[in-house]
Design a protein around this ligand. Structure first.
Ligand SMILES: C[S@@+](CC[C@H](N)C(=O)[O-])C[C@H]1O[C@@H](n2cnc3c(N)ncnc32)[C@H](O)[C@@H]1O
Length: 253
């Protein structure tokens, strides 16, 4: 099979970025490559097939059944880099692969990193990804599994928690609906259930002057900000229209 043949097969299967995908698949030697191509043609997300997703220049490990880090979430990581201080403590809640924590810890020197997710398979990916920065990964509901001695000492909490309203799940692309767990996507009736829970627990973990950063959507940003204000944080909405990305940054007094 020539490179051009691969592009033709991917395009026929509906892959919009067939040339780019072919270039990445061609990095994999045969005979393994053909197995991966067949999985991709059958509709699996490219990242699950390859076993990695690109995120701010990192190849982040991701396996089937785990949420694929999105390019828009790079903005959350960039916002976190802007508020993190060298030698501080960073926590990523609902971490999935912990792509955000990895990107921040690679850019801010000496961070102590903790990441947590309820899904043990996602936590396994996070452990692989954070090994390079010495990060700690915990399994459990939101902040419940974090070491108690972090209370009042965390400089930055980041979260890209599920925020799709339940009634809009069916509008997601089939790759998300069919290959990512519902628990990674479903944010409840207005999409903000988990964000509200995160906002309510964050102040107990944050150090004075610390920040909570939550990815949200343009339409939901005022709701995310209201949840932070209710929790006693001072919220600011930040947007990067080029990536359709919205982040609310809530700071302690
Ligand atoms: C939208 S995905 C984002 C993953 C990662 N932050 C990212 O941006 O790639 C949401 C993640 O939250 C996790 N999650 C959902 N509910 C949770 C809960 N109650 N406690 C901890 N993690 C949860 C899911 O397992 C999933 O990995």
């Amino acid at each position: 099979m020539t490179d051009a043949d691969l592009v033709v097969r991917l395009r026929a299967a509906g892959c919009v970025w067939a040339e780019d995908e072919a270039r990445l698949l061609l990095e994999v030697p045969e005979p393994e490559r053909e197995t991966l191509v067949m999985r991709r043609i059958a509709g699996e997300p490219l990242e699950h097939v390859l076993g990695w997703a690109e995120f701010l220049g990192h190849r982040v490990a991701v396996v089937p059944g785990v949420f694929v880090p999105r390019r828009r979430t790079e903005f959350l990581a960039e916002c976190a880099v802007a508020v993190a201080s060298p030698g501080g403590i960073l926590v990523e809640l609902c971490c999935g692969t912990a792509a955000v924590a990895l990107a921040v810890a690679s850019r801010v020197e000496g961070l102590e990193v903790h990441a947590a997710d309820t899904d043990p398979v996602a936590a396994g990916c996070a452990r692989r990804n954070l090994a390079a920065v010495g990060g700690h990964v915990h399994v459990g509901d939101l902040d419940a599994p974090l070491p108690r001695d972090l209370a009042g000492r965390v400089d930055v909490i980041v979260a890209n928690a599920p925020y799709v309203p339940t009634g809009e799940l069916e509008l997601l692309p089939h790759e998300a609906r069919d290959h990512e767990p519902r628990a990674a996507l479903d944010g409840g009736p207005d999409g903000l259930d988990i964000q509200r829970r995160i906002a309510s627990v964050a102040p107990a973990w944050l150090a004075p002057g610390g920040s909570l950063l939550i990815e949200t959507s343009e339409a939901q940003a005022s709701g995310t900000a209201a949840a932070m204000a209710t929790a006693g944080l001072d919220p600011r909405i930040r947007r990067d229209r080029s990536r359709s990305a919205t982040v609310v940054v809530g700071t302690t007094a």
